[in-house]
Design a protein around this ligand. Structure first.
Ligand SMILES: [Zn+2]
Length: 248
């Protein structure tokens, strides 16, 4: 049972069995997603997943959903209009302030649910220090990271390693979840731009890999049917992780 904390009073929260409870902090981004998808795509995908998790009766232990961090580190997309990026230091500060508040109330368990690839390395790098600093069990679930997404290949046509940003995966999910926000007339095979990133870190910028476009993938292969399966894949995998985390 996933409940939004901002709709509860402190008395309601006090009355919950917090020893079994777990807090959930979503984090996304505000950044360019090609000419055809909204800049809030990562946030909308996260919201769609959370809406489905709220309805999922496999989660029987109470979980409190904190308000999301709607921005992320999107420096790689700043050359395009509509991208607003937090710095790594700001993200660390925000998460640490939330964790400080958890510690003040003796909260024992928190999950960070991240839907933006640009936040992944940062969150993974800090989890051990945060656990020690704030004395709580902390978990990070990254939607686009391995192994979370390793099972997605049968659901799409583009090699998953080439469908990095605003491609078949994200466009399919938006076509299913929020079709009114997708500019279908701007999608065509000519605008596809599947990209293989370097096998080493090179601090890439999307404007260099996909000039005037911003897509790193193949949106022309997207469909709402694929989006429905991809969303269900995300929900099933997250529920599986939640149940394991909550049982310990
Ligand atoms: Zn995205």
């Amino acid at each position: 049972m996933l409940t939004e904390i901002n709709s509860l009073s402190w008395q309601d929260i006090d009355g919950m069995n917090l020893s079994e409870s777990c807090y959930l902090l979503p984090i996304a981004s505000l950044e360019q997603h090609g000419r055809h998808l909204p800049v809030g795509t990562d946030d909308f995908i996260l919201r769609s997943v959370l809406d489905r998790l709220k309805e999922d009766n496999r989660i029987t232990v109470p979980m409190l959903l904190l308000p999301a961090i709607h921005y992320g580190n999107s420096r790689e997309h700043l050359a395009f209009p509509g991208t607003v990026s937090l710095s790594n230091a700001t993200i660390v500060s925000i998460v640490e302030d939330v964790l400080f508040s958890m510690k003040a109330r003796n909260i024992k368990k928190l999950i960070l649910l991240n839907s933006h690839g640009g936040n992944t390395a940062l969150l993974n790098a800090h989890i051990k220090e945060w656990k020690q600093k704030f004395s709580l069990s902390l978990f990070v679930i990254n939607l686009w990271d391995s192994p979370f997404f390793d099972g997605v290949q049968p659901l799409i046509e583009t090699p998953a390693s080439l469908d990095i940003h605003a491609g078949e995966i994200e466009t399919s999910i938006l076509l299913e979840a929020m079709p009114a926000l997708v500019h279908r007339d701007r999608i065509s095979p000519a605008a596809d731009c599947p990209v293989r990133l370097k096998p080493y870190g090179d601090g890439w910028f999307s404007v260099d890999l996909s000039p005037g476009n911003g897509v790193l993938g193949a949106p022309s292969k997207a469909s709402p049917e694929k989006g429905k399966k991809l969303l269900q894949y995300c929900v099933d995998r997250i529920v599986e992780y939640f149940l394991e985390i909550l049982s310990n």
